[in-house]
Design a protein around this ligand. Structure first.
Ligand SMILES: NC(=O)c1ccc[n+]([C@@H]2O[C@H](COP(=O)([O-])OP(=O)(O)OC[C@H]3O[C@@H](n4cnc5c(N)ncnc54)[C@H](O)[C@@H]3O)[C@@H](O)[C@H]2O)c1
Length: 258
């Protein structure tokens, strides 16, 4: 630990597992205080109690990011527990994959409510305190789906494209008040979400092999590798990085053919 995040009071959504949890562990290791938020109460309590038991400066609350009022309450609880939030990581997200013409209204709304409006609910709740406190940083976990399309994944990529748009918009609005807003675009990462995706195919092992084959290095990312990039973007080591999107996909999205 070198204290790269000393003084950071970070709210991480979707913090109970996967990329979110890997970020929480990396942030704590580098001296941050972290407020964990997730809708999965049981999973969150498990990791929250484990980290607190190890002496980590953390607190947590189970809330769904689509619950605007619940988010506002969580942000004031976070301020009492670890101090005014000066960094936010909008990480919670869900896959909603359908054939475009078969997409139900329920699927459409669920996709945008979680992947876009949920992130906005959190921005809206933390920005006033961040600005009053002299500035801060917001990191939106987008995806390579924010600028490329995989067929049959509609409407998820639309929401990630919009999340990138929100990143740029807020970045310009609040740059003059010392708030940086950036996006991080992972490719495939070994989390439950990707395992569930492989399991949605008749032959999950073949689906996994196909995914690995697409990657120039023959493997996908670990959550810890994404957390290392997030750590840099949240830290003060890139003070002029604003409205940017950092791709971390092992080279997947720039190749024309595997
Ligand atoms: N895994 C990948 O390959 C990959 C690739 C690119 C981008 N991403 C993005 O990274 C983020 C994290 O993905 P992951 O793979 O770690 O997912 P995950 O499913 O492993 O974990 C996501 C966590 O978010 C929580 N969550 C989901 N909806 C929520 C809601 N409405 N309110 C509060 N919490 C909620 C879940 O309970 C879960 O604990 C997502 O935004 C995802 O779109 C993932």
């Amino acid at each position: 630990m070198t204290g790269r995040l000393a003084g950071k009071r970070i709210l991480v959504t979707g913090a109970a597992q996967g990329i979110g949890l890997a970020m929480v562990r990396a942030f704590v290791r580098e001296g941050a205080s972290v407020f964990l938020l997730d809708r999965d109460e049981e999973l969150l309590a498990g990791v929250g109690d484990e980290l607190a038991g190890q002496g980590a400066p953390i607190a947590y609350r189970a809330v769904d990011i689509t619950d605007e009022q619940g988010i506002a309450q969580a942000v004031s609880q976070a301020a009492s527990a670890i101090g005014e939030i000066n960094a936010l990581v909008n990480n919670a997200g869900i896959n909603v994959f359908a054939e475009p013409l078969q997409t139900t209204n329920e699927e459409w709304h669920r996709c945008f409510d979680v992947n876009l409006k949920g992130a906005w609910n959190c921005c809206k709740a933390v920005l006033p305190g961040m600005i009053a406190g002299g500035g801060g940083v917001i990191l939106n976990i987008a995806s390579t789906h924010a600028f490329t399309i995989i067929p049959h994944t509609f409407p998820y990529p639309l929401a990630k494209h919009a999340l990138l748009g929100m990143t740029k918009s807020l970045a310009l609005e609040y740059a003059g008040r010392n708030v940086r807003v950036n996006a991080l675009a992972p490719g495939y990462v070994s989390t439950q979400k990707v395992i569930d995706y492989w399991n949605s195919f008749p032959d999950p092992e073949a689906a996994k092999a196909q995914t690995l084959k697409l990657h120039p290095g023959g493997r996908i990312a670990t959550p810890e590798e994404i957390a290392l990039a997030a750590l840099f973007m949240i830290s003060d080591e890139c003070p002029f990085m604003n409205a940017a999107c950092l791709t971390v996909d092992g080279g997947l999205s720039v190749q024309q053919h595997p």
